[in-house]
Design a protein around this ligand. Sequence first.
Ligand SMILES: *[C@@H]1O[C@H](CO)[C@@H](O)[C@H](O)[C@H]1NC(C)=O
Ligand SMILES: *[C@@H]1O[C@H](CO)[C@@H](O)[C@H](O)[C@H]1NC(C)=O
Length: 286
Amino acid sequence: MEKRLIVIIVVAVIACGSIAVNVSFDKNYHITWGNSHVKSINQGNQIDLLMDQSSGAGFESNVGYGSGFFQIKVKLPQKDFSGVVVAFYLTSDINGKGGNHDELDFEFLGSDGPPFTLQTNVFADDAGGREQRFHLWFDPTSDFHTYGILWNQHQIVFYVDNTPIRVFKNNTNIGVNYPSQQMVIQGSIWNGEDWASGGRKIDWTKAPFVASYQGFEVTACQFKSAPNKDECYISNPTQWWNGDKYIQLDPAQHKALQDARTKYMFQDYCTSKAKIDKECGINSTT
Ligand SMILES: *[C@@H]1O[C@H](CO)[C@@H](O)[C@H](O)[C@H]1NC(C)=O
Ligand SMILES: *[C@@H]1O[C@H](CO)[C@@H](O)[C@H](O)[C@H]1NC(C)=O
């Protein structure tokens, strides 16, 4: 009896943490650039973004959101993809103006083999500069893994599969900006040679580089016009990510976060900048 209960709980937890992979890309997304470098597979249940010397490619959600639990499955290029960046992120910079804006990033920095580097960053009506880098504890090129961002009024949590790897709390009470604008979801593959490759050039003989995405279900609150913005902060059964369970990590999740940071984080803006940001210390320890 007890054993059966445990099995049921385990199944329920797995079901919550997993995303349906049979939702067609077209339902929630469209291609924004590099049309000729996109391949739709299995009736749009998988999208491959290709990069060669002529172009990379990118996609975007059809609408903007004001809160949610954003997840997608990604498989990285299997070849030496040094200099190539694969990304999944939320951004308020909808027309590509840059500058001060809100943005939450997963960026996979290409490499010629393990260890594979995942960078996260947070922009809060500013220019970001809050990079953290992790070495992934699995091979992200051999299989799909789920990358998720929880965003509600209280906290932003980055997840790799079910492990929280980063928390950015709403610390507006001590004067830290917090993302509040509508954001779209984007995915892309692009040439990051001059940005994150540590000086390594792309080996174009290995092109095309292919990043595969699955899981196009979106569990989030669509942002309506500004006066109704607070609708995305309400906790109810359809907006469960705003509920009590998601105000802060529970002790087990907190321990998982600490373990991941200790074992796999190798670069952190909180310790690598001369001027320490106000939120440093608070985000990781509470
Ligand atoms: C996806 O598959 C699940 C389980 O097989 C099913 O319940 C759901 O309705 C499917 N969704 C779509 C959009 O096909
Ligand atoms: C941040 O938290 C404050 C309360 O502490 C709340 O009033 C505000 O709406 C939150 N900001 C966002 C953008 O969610």
